[in-house]
Design a protein around this ligand. Structure first.
Ligand SMILES: C[S@@+](CC[C@H](N)C(=O)[O-])C[C@H]1O[C@@H](n2cnc3c(N)ncnc32)[C@H](O)[C@@H]1O
Length: 330
């Protein structure tokens, strides 16, 4: 037996919406028709409605999406985000202004549907600052920010509040791994907690992994142990000040990578490959970056061969996160 609001058939939809607004609708039971009435399952007695005890059928199918069970007013449902990131057992979601008042409902629904998710955070700012982190606002589940994320066969321990990490780049990291050759020396200029470095360590002879964020380096050191790799050298500092020679350089700092190009070219070995990342506008997202690369190639008197370029993902409206791979020959 469960509690249900009994309403005339023709008022059913209006009452259902009202119950959603009140957070009273119990989605775990099905609505039942009884003659000219509907029995709408509720979580608690609701003032102003006739509440009865009823035998209702339980909803047996496990929902596929939090959107199927979340209690938000019908007219706002169209604003519900269709995707969010899951990093280890932590979900991070961008909630539009219209739904900010329902953030906790959304968080609760995510925890309910995704059994592996233990904590949910709402994005509280854009990615900003030198460390490329953002403010996170806790909306559901446990108040934890440290987790272990699995991707491409490696484990990455990290704190989502203290370091940059995006699970959306997993395919890009695998693509770079596939391009890498056995026995190379790699310079990961903006290593973070090591998703490129640790993966590439499986092929490379040596990986220099630099980051300016002490938390990133702390987790990188833990991840080196966690993944039992012995050829990654963590370096805390500004990668412009690190003088190494490498066959492959990864420049995963899209917002500022162009400022580091000169140093990258000075670190690359003859015939080496640079994986450059940037942001660019719709239409020609590569043009500005390719010009910078060619300018510097002229300045250094080296040859540049573009091996590939692609859009990785949308970054903002009409702005793309792009990648350019190029070979440098002396
Ligand atoms: C976009 S994140 C990429 C992290 C990592 N490659 C990944 O895929 O998760 C850029 C990283 O560059 C680091 N960073 C920013 N400026 C730097 C600098 N001058 N030298 C070294 N690292 C820097 C930030 O702390 C941040 O961890």
């Amino acid at each position: 037996m469960t509690l249900a609001v009994k309403v005339p058939l023709k008022e059913g939809e209006i009452v259902r919406r009202r119950l959603i607004e009140l957070g009273a609708l119990d989605n775990t039971y099905k609505i039942k028709r009884e003659g000219n009435f509907l029995l709408i399952p509720v979580k608690f007695p609701v003032k102003g409605f006739e509440v009865v005890e009823a035998e209702l059928e339980q909803v047996s199918r496990r929902p596929n999406s939090y959107r199927e069970i979340v209690n938000v007013p019908q007219e706002l449902r169209r604003f519900l985000p269709t995707s969010f990131d899951i990093i280890g057992n932590i979900a991070i979601i961008e909630i539009p202004e219209e739904l900010k008042g329902y953030a906790k409902e959304i968080g609760r629904a995510i925890v309910e549907v995704h059994k592996n998710v233990k904590a949910v955070y709402m994005k509280g700012s854009k990615i900003e600052g030198e460390y490329r982190t953002r403010e996170l606002i806790h909306i559901a589940g446990e108040n934890i920010t440290e987790t272990i994320h699995r991707e491409n066969g490696i484990r990455l321990k990290l704190d989502v509040a203290k370091v940059y990490f995006s699970p959306r780049l997993a395919t890009e990291r695998m693509r770079v791994f596939k391009m890498a050759q056995e026995g190379e020396v790699v310079f990961d200029m903006f290593a973070g907690v090591g998703p490129f470095s640790i993966l590439l360590a499986k092929k490379a002879e040596l990986v220099f992994a630099c980051d300016i964020n002490p938390w990133a380096i702390k987790y990188l050191e833990e991840n080196i142990k966690l993944n039992k790799v012995n050829n990654v050298v963590p370096i805390l500092g500004d990668s412009r000040e690190i003088e190494v020679k490498a066959d492959r350089i990864i420049m995963n700092l899209p917002k500022y990578a162009h400022e580091f190009l000169e140093h990258a070219i000075s670190c690359i070995n003859d015939g080496g490959v640079i994986h450059y990342y940037g942001f660019g506008p719709e239409g020609d997202p590569y043009g500005w970056h390719l010009e910078r690369i060619r300018e510097l190639a002229n300045k250094f008197g080296v040859k540049v061969e573009v091996l590939g370029k692609r859009v990785i993902r949308n970054y903002a409206p009409r702005q793309y996160n792009i990648a350019i791979d190029f070979r440098v020959s002396f």
